[in-house]
Design a protein around this ligand. Structure first.
Ligand code: WT7
Length: 683
């Protein structure tokens, strides 16, 4: 292990540029892992070469490790040689996600093995949490009951069921039940507001919603069904005919005619057969809404066959999953994000390694909760986000030091670039310097990892996500599609099709084409543009430099600035608003809102602090707490160009407290605005 001390500079890109440390993977003899699935550079290179030059053979071999009802006729069909867009995968094949996660293991004799381990947030009187263990047979039976119930409510193959729940086993069952009967699910993260639910339900035209009376977070109850009711009854989600609600928190809401109690409903379908529906590989498996640079969230649409192959393959090699070797995999993300879809459920279950689900907050009742969970469940793979890692660092080493973390084999990071300081802390304090750290780059749109180290082979550099995964032809290019020189920044693109790629933006072909397929063309063919800036260093390592559109990444989740701005101006006191990202110690990027008030509001010399709080609450209500601005600055005017465009880059500099504004201000309409802005008090 070569360990030079790199730069200690604080902020993302600067310190990353100076990072020179390299950590070799521990050799098998000294590693805690039973073995590395890929343990030599030669083997890795041979497989990567094959995956790029002969994807049909490579992916065909991987896909045959999964279960198909009808075999595919062709592995991939491109529209024309060299095209990426609209490639179809495993054409002619039929399969089912739930079957691959549950039933096939039961049929192979592993029905009594642990599939999912769940731990509650609230503790019993003796201080122990509630732990539930579900076997593959449990997943099969429970998804069949709920599947049969959904069918009884008239749910058809291809229709979209909306799910809005906390992290309980029934959430996992709900996704699997939809998959089982061939309905697509649209999971909405439990932190989103009634308005966000209404928008998503309306876009998906869901007739059925599965929810719960609430979820537990830091000992408090966060209501869920209440918000679903509000979305339906007052915010116009009028397509909904049935609401299935799980009782988790004894937080009853008014009963509506459309309501069904989760458990009573399932009782009725104890013995109703509900086999897994064979689905065409290219049919829709699920939608997941993500923010874009315009106000409306995009329903990212995934397939069945390609998605499953990509999820399974990446989970296997990036986390080194080996069935029957005593592993327990834990991803701390919420199932409401793509990370949870792919690396709590669909990628992990088919690999037949138990997956852990934790209900609550990392600091409840104490800041050692996660480490306590790792110790008690002997977790072997731990996958979390940089924002969480920075919070752990801040809380202090004493908390992880209290627990035995020696079961860990591989640790992972996802969601945003991880700063070298946090990387090193994670590697040393949690991984004891003995576990490969995989910094996995991917997106809701890519379905699974696309650039990542492999634990047994890739020497890692703190802050870099290393190399493209098998089958991924990633490159850093300029607007003309030419690769830029080493260490030069450019646009991150993917030049060949991969199976997990998104199949569309639900109901909006135009937006799909504009967002992902119109920035860069190579040899006349549009290539996939991720919307991130990146550079490759002299050793071919990728370094992600962040979003290039009007999207900010807060705590590993993308928020469209437009979306927050429209929520801001919907507050009666606000006339105009501009939202930008700024460096934030824990979240990575925080939100600064520049706000001009209505003349009436501005005249009242009232309490600005109280107004800030009100505006923050308003945002929480409109979008969710995650979008609350960290800082709100009131201003008489926003800096604009002569054509009336808000100069965001300028605001970004101001928000990050840059003394000198380096931007070109020659098009700024009114210079006094700038001086005023810099003087405004902020909070
Ligand atoms: C955006 C995708 C993929 C699941 C979590 C977020 C950023 C993600 C990394 C990483 C640098 C990363 C990118 C990407 N991102 N992982 N390892 N290093 N940046 O999913 O909400 O779809 O966001 O997150 O900017 O485009 P998402």
């Amino acid at each position: 292990m070569d360990k030079n001390n790199g730069s200690k500079e604080e902020s993302g890109i600067q310190s990353v540029l100076h990072e020179e440390r390299v950590f070799s993977p521990p050799p098998e003899s000294s590693s805690r892992s039973p073995r590395w699935l890929i343990n030599s550079k030669e083997e890795y290179e041979r497989l990567y070469e094959e995956s790029i030059s002969d994807p049909a053979t490579f992916y065909g071999r991987i896909a045959s490790e999964l279960s198909w009802f009808t075999p595919w006729k062709t592995v991939l069909e491109q529209k024309s040689a060299g095209s990426v867009l609209d490639t179809e995968w495993f054409v002619g094949g039929t399969l089912n996600l739930c079957y691959n996660g549950a039933d096939r293991h039961v049929e192979a004799g592993f029905g009594d093995d642990t599939a999912l381990v769940w731990e509650s947030e609230p503790l019993n009187e003796d201080g122990s949490p509630e732990v539930r263990t579900l076997t593959y047979r449990d997943l099969q039976e429970q998804s069949a009951r709920l599947g049969a119930a959904l069918k009884d409510l008239g749910v058809q193959k291809g229709e979209i069921v909306t799910i809005y729940m906390g992290m309980v086993p029934e959430l996992a069952i709900s996704l699997l039940a939809c998959a089982r009967i061939g309905a697509a699910h649209s999971v909405i993260f439990g932190g989103f507001s009634a308005q966000a639910i209404a928008d998503r339900i309306e876009d998906a035209q869901s007739r059925v919603v599965i929810t719960a009376d609430g979820l537990f977070r830091r000992g408090k109850i966060v209501p869920l069904k209440e918000k679903v009711d509000e979305a339906i009854d007052t915010l116009g989600a009028s397509s909904v005919e049935h609401v299935i609600s799980l009782t988790r928190c004894k937080n009853a809401t008014a009963h509506q005619k459309r309501d069904h109690d989760y458990h009573s409903l399932l009782e009725r379908f104890q013995d109703t057969p509900c086999p897994c529906e064979p689905l065409g590989a290219e049919e829709m498996s699920f939608l997941l809404y993500t923010s874009g640079s315009t106000g409306k969230p995009k329903g990212i649409q995934h397939s069945v066959g390609g998605y499953l192959v990509h999820a399974y393959l990446t989970a296997k090699y990036v986390f080194n999953l080996i069935p029957d070797s005593g592993q327990t995999f834990w991803c701390t993300a919420d199932i409401g994000w793509i990370t949870g879809h792919t690396y709590i459920l669909y990628g992990i279950l088919p690999n037949r390694v138990p997956t852990l689900l934790y209900e609550g907050a990392p600091d409840f009742p104490e800041k050692d909760r996660l480490w306590d969970i790792i110790e008690r469940h002997q977790v072997t793979q731990f996958y979390t986000a940089p924002t969480a890692i920075r919070a752990f660092m801040k809380w202090g080493d004493e908390f992880p030091k209290r627990r035995d973390l020696s079961s860990l084999q591989v640790i992972g990071s996802v969601g945003e670039p991880i700063n070298p300081e946090a990387w090193i802390w994670y590697y040393e304090t949690i991984g004891a310097g003995k576990c490969p750290l995989v910094d996995t780059y991917w997106q809701t749109e890519t379905g699974g990892h696309v650039i990542t180290p492999l634990p047994g082979v890739t020497p890692t550099k703190p802050g870099s996500c290393a190399h493209p995964f098998f089958g991924i032809d990633a490159a850093v290019v300029d607007r003309t599609g030419r690769e830029v020189a080493p260490n030069e920044g450019g646009l991150l693109v993917i030049r060949k099709p991969w199976p997990g790629m998104l199949r569309g933006v639900y109901g909006d072909r135009k937006r799909f084409l504009e967002t992902y397929w119109s920035t860069v063309t190579i040899d006349g063919e549009p290539v996939y543009t991720a919307g991130d800036g990146a550079r490759k260093d002299d050793d071919g390592y990728f370094w992600i430099m962040g979003r290039i559109d009007d999207v900010i990444n807060v705590s590993g989740h993308r928020l469209g600035t437009m979306e927050i701005e429209s929520a801001l101006v919907s507050h009666s006191a606000v006339v105009e608003a501009a939202v930008v990202g700024m460096p934030h110690e824990v979240k990575g990027t925080g939100i600064t809102a520049f706000v001009t008030l209505s003349p009436q509001e501005a005249e009242r010399t009232g309490n600005l602090e109280a107004l800030r709080d009100k505006i923050r609450e308003h945002i929480a209500k409109e979008i969710g707490s995650i979008a609350k601005p960290d800082s709100i600055r009131f201003t008489d005017a926003l800096p604009k160009t002569r054509s009336g465009k808000i100069m965001r880059r300028l605001l970004r500099d101001i928000a990050s407290g840059k003394e000198e504004i380096a931007q070109d201000t020659s098009t700024l309409e009114d210079f006094s605005v700038l001086a005023d802005l810099k003087e405004q008090d902020s909070s």
